[in-house]
Ligand binder design. Structure first.
Ligand SMILES: [Ca+2]
Length: 462
């Protein structure tokens, strides 16, 4: 008798730094539900997102490809005609649906607003949430540059952005993280009524700005400075939502047959718009732990993320892995676990199933990144960043920056002059990879696409 195919849940947080879980080193607040997931499964110390900003990171996670091979390389604008992920790019949901899975999404999409870019055009049978980059957590209105035409700043009108299965819905006054938990439970029950296995994608918008949290969470952290208090409160609400969702999975009898991932889309935001008091200083409410960098940057703080994989009885338990892995590995891993032949699909990521079962082939993995003018590569212990970007507080950034991550996790010493051969090797690897991305982009996606802010989006913190 063949075993029942597994269910899948993918939790994603938004702009959450590497250090902002208690199992990742946070000491000023606790995340017991996510810590439990980590302690029962595998916690990855070297987990990466594939881009330091929202839309391309999500495109990579959902397709198993580098962002440039999905059609999304920049932050998508938030007007209702924004074109997003091309229909020609298959997602994990499209493939799983064709393999007989029930598919649902609850949370933040940020992969396009026009009709053909929405979740139902990308394989999600049930979906609830918003389509732009962020919303007010209580009114579900998008305030930041909606209707803004590129190269002008004159027209910035708020847009209501809350949808269920492509129908606009209004839930004024309800906190979005709590709505996510309720809606996930509703969809789990709905999907449980058929005989199909399920895929539930849960992209939380927390702790992305605007920094909102219910009073009961704010009160718990009243002893912290406001920027940290609200961060702790928002992540605690996420942790409670994860508990509610996993409890429902258990209640429905699926605990043993559900593979769950947790990660974040990019590092902590230093944008001054996180403050809600006119402060124009960089915001430090979120932490990337010991890493240099933040959202937007290809230094480790922008791309290294919490990474958790959980599948009781099927993969290792209580293990901390230092293998470099990336969000583009989630799709191949899930498809592999579902029994799908990976050779039928174009994937840049790799299945982590064998690794998760404790088998290692000891190969040295090479992972690449690109965002705007920045390009980066990690090969074993070496990390090269070309034209890296950081906020001014870090001081000047050299165009070529080589680090040995084994000895210098903070990328504080530039070894480019000391290690010319390694620098040259990695520079060639990175530039050749980037050339191929640019070539495919021109051929398949017709650059430049202004809706992705690839041309005039600057690293702005004010
Ligand atoms: Ca983000």
């Amino acid at each position: 008798m063949s075993e029942k195919r597994p269910n899948f849940i993918v939790f994603l947080t938004d702009d959450q730094g590497y250090g902002d879980l208690s199992c990742m080193g946070a000491t000023d607040f606790k995340t017991p539900s996510l810590d439990k997931l980590a302690s029962e499964g595998i916690r990855f110390t070297d987990w990466y997102t594939n881009c330091p900003v929202c839309s391309p990171a999500r495109a990579a996670l959902l397709t198993g490809r580098y962002p440039g091979n999905t059609g999304i390389r920049g932050i998508l604008t938030g007007h209702r005609k924004t074109k997003g992920l091309p229909e020609s790019t298959p997602t994990l949901a499209t493939i799983l649906k064709s393999e007989g899975y029930s598919t649902s999404m609850v949370g933040k999409w940020h992969l396009g607003l026009e009709e053909n870019s929405r979740p139902h055009s990308h394989g999600f049978e049930n979906w609830f949430g918003f389509l732009a980059g962020n919303v007010d957590y209580y009114s579900h209105i998008y305030y930041y540059g909606a209707n803004m035409q590129d190269k002008t700043v004159g027209l910035v009108n708020p847009t209501h952005d809350l949808w269920e299965n492509n129908k606009e819905v209004w839930m004024d006054g309800e906190y979005f993280t709590e709505i996510i938990a309720d809606k996930c439970i509703e969809y789990l029950r709905k999907m449980n009524k058929n005989d199909k296995p399920f895929f539930l994608y849960v992209p939380f918008n927390a702790p992305h700005y605007p920094m909102h949290a219910p009073k009961k969470y704010m009160d718990k952290f009243a002893h912290l400075p406001w920027d940290r208090q609200v961060m702790a409160a928002m992540i605690s609400a996420v942790d409670d939502a994860v508990k509610d969702i996993m409890d429902e999975v258990d209640r429905l009898g699926h605990s043993e047959n559900t593979l769950t991932f947790f990660t974040s889309d990019n590092g902590p935001s230093r944008e001054s718009r996180n403050w809600l008091d006119n402060n124009l200083d960089p915001y430090y409410g979120g932490t990337a732990g010991k890493f240099k960098g933040h959202k937007v940057s290809l230094f480790e703080g922008g791309i290294r993320e919490p990474g958790i994989m959980h599948w009781p009885g099927k993969i290792q338990s209580g293990v901390i892995s230092s293998e470099p892995c990336a969000s583009m590995d989630i799709a191949p891993t899930v498809l592999d676990a579902a029994g799908v032949d990976l050779s039928n699909h174009y994937l840049d990521g790799e299945s982590l199933l064998e690794l998760a079962k404790g088998k290692s082939d000891n190969k040295e993995r090479t992972i690449f990144w690109e965002y705007l003018e920045q390009t980066a590569v990690r090969k074993g212990k070496w990390k090269l960043v070309l034209k890296g970007k950081l906020i001014d507080a870090y001081g000047p950034v050299p165009d070529v920056h080589l680090s040995n991550l084994e000895e210098d996790i903070s990328e504080s010493n530039n070894l480019a002059d000391k290690e010319p051969e390694i620098t040259e090797e990695l520079k060639n690897l990175a530039e050749n990879w980037r050339d191929k991305i640019e070539e495919k982009w021109k051929k398949d996606y017709g650059a430049p696409n202004e809706e992705q802010r690839l041309n005039n989006f600057q690293l702005k913190f004010r």
